[in-house]
Design a protein around this ligand. Structure first.
Ligand SMILES: Cc1ncc(COP(=O)(O)O)c(C=O)c1O
Length: 375
């Protein structure tokens, strides 16, 4: 249709992991284990839930457009000024605001090919030229991102830890990268999974640095269990944040989301339980998966990614598990056709995944030997 610009016509609609309810209905299954979207298996922070219920009663009132209480609490927690903090409808909401605010004329962007799909969709929708740099051994190739900088480069996007590989770049790599990036280039540093990685010695927590051209993005969707409420936050130089605040939708995040996030931020026991469940779940799953002879990418986040020998086997594995009620994410849409990602679940969910996998792997190998005629 002539009304739709070509770069929008070419966009593929975002395909999320299959909702559990839909799968249960389609297959008549009683038990569904959804490990497809890196959500918090413990559910929402209970304090957040109580605060959200209270806020619901005020739903006839618009939210505070300045999100004063939430931004003040974030400023306190991370030792910055209120003017350095923005909140939005998920960290993706803030990402969208950043592109709308700073891209101008023939500005271009750079990122890693096959990193977070949410950025890829926003970048394509912006209609700007983007240089997608291949990853090296499932890691951001930061020196090659630097080499791609030209006079038009305006934004570089990095996710650390990355989704869907779960890999991180180190402090030394980040410092060398920042030393080479001109100050006129804005770096979006997406730390959606930082809580899971922050205690590692070589993790470059961006809040330990003060680069005027870096915006850090974080979220309540993962470690705080509020993915469904859509609330994220970001930190940056007051001039950058001030301009973002002019452009963001005035009433994001919603009243309920602001209240829930504020309570979640104070729910330290919940955060600790989340991190502990992830540590034990990750240890159990990685050991069991490796024991089944599967190749894994070592992950610093709340998911683990399997490397299958071929696309056909990756598709078969995810498809067969789906029939048994286990939803993983085949990463074809991310540009990784041989990878399948599994979020860390509750202990019983992880066990169920392994049980079903044993079955599925047996079946796939029987099919293979039937085709090849070899045992
Ligand atoms: C790297 C990364 N950034 C951002 C997001 C989205 O976060 P939010 O729910 O805050 O928009 C995700 C979600 O999966 C992610 O993996």
């Amino acid at each position: 249709m002539a009304l739709v610009p070509p770069h929008i016509q070419q966009l593929a609609p975002y395909k999320a992991g299959k909702p559990a309810e839909e799968l249960a209905r389609e297959l008549g299954l009683e038990r569904i284990v959804k490990l497809a979207s890196n959500e918090n298996p413990l559910g929402p922070s209970p304090k957040a839930l109580a605060a959200a219920a209270t806020a619901l009663a005020q739903s006839h009132r618009y939210p505070d457009p300045a999100a004063y209480e939430l931004r003040s609490a974030l400023a306190d927690r991370f030792q910055v000024d209120l003017e350095n903090v923005i909140t939005g409808s998920g960290s993706e909401g803030i990402m969208a605001t950043i592109l709308r605010t700073f891209l101008f004329s023939d500005d271009e962007m750079i990122s890693a090919a096959n990193s977070f799909i949410g950025f890829r969709v926003l970048a394509h929708a912006s209609g700007r030229r983007v240089h997608w740099i291949p990853m090296r051994d499932y890691h951001y190739d930061l020196p090659r991102l630097v080499q791609a900088i030209n006079d038009h480069t305006k934004i570089i996007y990095l996710a650390n830890p990355d989704n869907p590989t779960g890999t991180c770049f180190s402090s030394a790599e980040f410092e060398a990268f920042m030393a080479a990036v001109p100050e006129r280039v804005l770096v979006i540093l997406d730390e959606a999974y930082f809580e899971y990685a922050r205690d590692r010695d070589d993790y470059p927590d961006s809040m330990r640095y003060r680069f005027d051209n870096v915006i850090t993005l974080r979220t309540f969707s993962k470690a705080y269990g509020l993915a469904g409420l859509r609330v994220g936050y970001g930190f940056g130089h007051r001039d950058l944040i001030g301009n973002l605040l002019k452009v963001k939708l005035p009433f994001e995040p919603s009243r309920v989301a602001q209240s829930a996030a504020l309570a979640a931020l104070g729910d330290h026991p919940f955060l600790e339980s989340t991190l502990e469940a992830n540590r034990t779940g990750m240890a159990m799953l990685t050991e069991a998966l490796a024991g089944l002879g599967l190749e894994l990418i070592p992950s610093k986040a709340n998911f683990v990614t399997l490397v299958l020998p071929s696309e056909a086997q990756a598709v078969a594995l995810a498809g067969e598990l789906l029939k048994r009620g286990v939803i993983l994410r085949h990463l074809g849409a991310f540009g990784w056709p041989t990878l399948v990602r599994a979020s860390i679940g509750l202990a019983e969910e992880n066990e169920y995944l392994i049980e079903q996998l044993v079955d599925v792997l047996g079946e796939i190998s029987n099919q293979r030997s039937a085709i090849s005629g070899q045992p």
